[in-house]
Design a protein around this ligand. Structure first.
Ligand code: BV8
Ligand code: ZN
Length: 239
């Protein structure tokens, strides 16, 4: 199975990779739906919504400020690094689509990254709409204020019920529709529209490889399902 995945990835001219929170687990960043998926007594679906932010912006910012602190202390792991090295060796025909907002792919050196759900490291003003990179961890005050107009800032991420950034989604759909091999890593495949990319690639004729420590709704579609952690499996099949 591993050899089959290695061969496909070595021979394919166009490869699309989709990653989820599981690829960052070995960097110490908690996943959403695994055991560490809770913060205080809340689930991601409780806090990652416009309604939660409307009701209690300080609580939502405490969660994001905590996550920014965890991620700023984390380092990319061998899985992130294997993807960045694979891309360096064959920059054409490679697209990395991520649901993650932690920025660890970019810190590992990945370049062709399509971020479907935004970034922990971007903030957007609820007043003037200005969006900037902001890597302060911890933030000086919660909720943080806009440097221009003084209004409250929100995290530059896509919440449940919000539209995904059009350009990133279009690029992800184009890559999934035209790739020869799609590699799906560390996602529970329950959040849409990201979870529709693997079935889309399959329908377009791509071979599907899944790396996960458990079965997921995407496993039934996979030609090869590598049961194991991303940090161990990815260097074996990509390098
Ligand atoms: C949308 C950013 C159009 C924020 C996230 C009812 C009302 C409203 C909407 C809906 C609804 N029903 C369905 C929807 C659509 C909804 C949705 O899909 N909900 C799900 C829960 C059913 N989607 C949306 O709302 C999207 N927008 O549809 O807009 C619209 C507009 C209006 C009204 C309707 C529709 C927006 C979705 C984006 C939400 N934002 N994050 C933030 O991060 O703070 S989602 C969040 O979940 C993260 O981005 C995360 O990446 C994503 C998916 O989770 P995973 O990455 O898969 O992580 P998870 O923890 O689940 O799984 C980890 C996996 O890794 C596991 O399989 C585990 O086994 C594995 N693993 C663990 N360790 C390892 C490992 N694998 C390998 N190695 C390891 N070491
Ligand atoms: Zn402003």
């Amino acid at each position: 199975m591993t050899q089959q995945a290695r061969d496909w990835l070595a021979q394919a001219r166009r490869v699309c990779v989709l990653t989820g929170a599981g690829i960052s687990a070995e960097s110490g960043v908690p996943t959403f739906r695994g055991s560490g998926g809770l913060w205080r007594e809340f689930r991601a679906e409780d806090l990652a919504t416009p309604g939660a932010f409307e009701r209690d912006p300080k609580l939502v910012w405490e969660w994001y400020d905590w996550r920014r602190g965890v991620v700023s202390a984390a380092r990319p792991n061998a899985g992130h690094e294997a993807l960045a090295e694979y891309e360096r060796r064959r920059p054409d025909g490679f697209t990395l689509v991520t649901q993650n907002v932690d920025g660890l792919h970019e810190r590992a050196g990945s370049r062709a990254v399509e971020r479907l759900h935004g970034s922990l490291w971007r903030v957007r003003c609820t007043g003037c709409g200005r969006e900037v990179e902001d890597d302060r961890a911890p933030l000086p005050e919660l909720p943080p204020r806009c440097g221009e107009c003084g209004a409250m800032l929100r995290p530059g991420v896509v919440w449940f019920g919000e539209m995904l950034p059009e350009a990133a989604l279009e690029a992800a759909v184009a890559a999934a529709s035209s790739c020869e091999v799609m590699l799906v890593v560390g996602t529970s495949a329950v959040v849409y529209p990201a979870a529709s990319l693997a079935p889309l690639a399959r329908r377009a004729g791509a071979r599907l490889i899944e790396v996960n420590v458990e079965e997921t709704p995407a496993s039934g579609l996979a030609d090869v399902h590598l049961r194991g952690s991303a940090g161990v499996a990815l260097p074996r099949i990509l390098l």
